[in-house]
Design a protein around this ligand. Structure first.
Ligand code: PLP
Length: 364
């Protein structure tokens, strides 16, 4: 059988081996169904149990209060860029704030502008997205219908240490690349969304967590598939959902709860992994240069440059040969990016840090 490598790809990304193995074991015949989870009705009692456990796991991990509803929708995080403003921004006199700390936030506001009025509460674009704003730098509209931020910018490797304080304005968060990687102050959020394929499952499904009272604002006449209220009323089963992807999210969240021990435990592991790489960068005498400012460094996507593009190419090529895959930076920024989501084991990061030290010794 083909050997598994350490996969540092940004997304779709590495998944926990126990989740993959359980899926493999039950792929052909799901217990109690006598058929694959891909082959049974989304309204069968077996699939209902899968959906219920996926929701219960997320609820438990995040310690979600009763008034937050969990949805599994399609169209990825990118459709949420539109769905959020369609549901909350349409109509006279409404405006939404956007905090821009990287490429994905830019895409989110681009879609929001098609639906209504937006304001940029802060942008790091001129500085090439190397940091997050301080609270006192935010130009917030107290009447905004929501304030959107990206908790972790996957491409630049810039992450908020804590949520911005928006007072009574509901926080909306694109948490695609750091959802369930650490505990969060859930009560600060109005809505959180995340494409599953970074930290919690395969592509094809997005997780949405929405505070129930906000659903009263959803306007009439939205396309049914884009209406949060209808999706909540139908418990994500208005139409056929991404059954297999939801099943995988259930297995990944089960791993997180039972094998890892929850979000405090995974956060400690993630911190340790990130520190290993950042220490290697900082201890390289300038051979490796981190992209993000230290206080905004992401624990999920570690981004850095080498002295030349030739060396960067050599680095990714030799890393791949050494079983360390997916390290090429995003095409828009170049350099190197190591995505070290929940499922990347410490051993993978240790192997990468060792490789970096050797590579510098040979090429520095
Ligand atoms: C990957 C990513 C997206 C886009 O996700 P899709 O599911 O491909 O639409 C959006 N936001 C962030 C922060 C991401 O990392």
């Amino acid at each position: 059988m083909e050997q598994r490598v350490f996969n540092f790809s940004a997304g779709p990304a590495t998944l926990p081996l126990p989740a993959l193995e359980e899926a493999q074991r039950d792929l052909v015949a799901f217990p109690g169904a006598g058929a694959s989870v891909m082959e049974i009705s989304h309204r069968s009692k077996q699939f209902a149990a899968v959906l219920e456990s996926a929701k219960a796991n997320v609820q438990k991990l995040l310690n979600l209060p009763e008034n937050y509803k969990i949805l599994f929708v399609q169209g990825g995080a990118s459709l949420q860029f539109s769905m959020v403003p369609m549901n909350f921004l349409r109509g006279e006199g409404k405006s939404a704030d956007y905090i821009l700390t990287g490429s994905w936030g830019g895409k989110a506001i681009k879609e929001a502008k098609k639906e209504g009025a937006t304001r940029v509460a802060w942008t790091g674009k001129e500085e090439k997205f190397v940091r997050v704003p301080g609270q006192n730098e935010l130009d917030l509209d107290p009447k905004a219908v929501y304030c959107h931020f990206t908790s972790n910018e996957t491409i630049e490797g810039v992450q908020f240490a804590t949520e911005p304080d928006t007072g009574k304005v509901p926080l909306v968060c694109d948490a695609s690349s750091d959802i369930l990687s650490r505990p969060i102050a859930i009560e600060k959020y109005g809505l959180i969304y995340a494409g599953a394929q970074k930290n919690i499952g395969p592509s094809g499904v997005a997780l949405v967590i929405v505070r129930e009272d906000l659903l009263a604002q959803v306007p009439e006449g939205l396309p049914s598939m884009l209406d949060y209220k209808l999706m909540v009323e139908n418990d994500s089963l208005y139409n056929t959902p991404s059954c297999f992807a939801i099943y995988m999210v259930m297995l990944v969240t089960k791993w997180l709860l039972e094998d890892i021990g929850g979000l405090d435990a995974i956060a400690a592991i993630n911190k340790k992994k990130a520190r290993l790489l950042y220490d290697t960068i900082d201890g390289s005498g300038g051979f490796y240069k981190g992209h993000a400012n230290k206080e905004a460094r992401s624990a999920m996507n570690v981004t850095w440059r080498l002295p030349s593009e030739e060396l960067e190419q050599k680095f990714t090529k030799e890393a791949t040969a050494a079983g360390l895959h997916g390290l090429k930076g995003h095409r828009s920024v170049g350099g190197i990016r190591a995505s070290i989501y929940n499922a990347m084991p410490v051993e993978g990061v240790e192997a990468l840090a060792d490789f970096m030290t050797e590579f510098r010794a040979k090429n520095g």
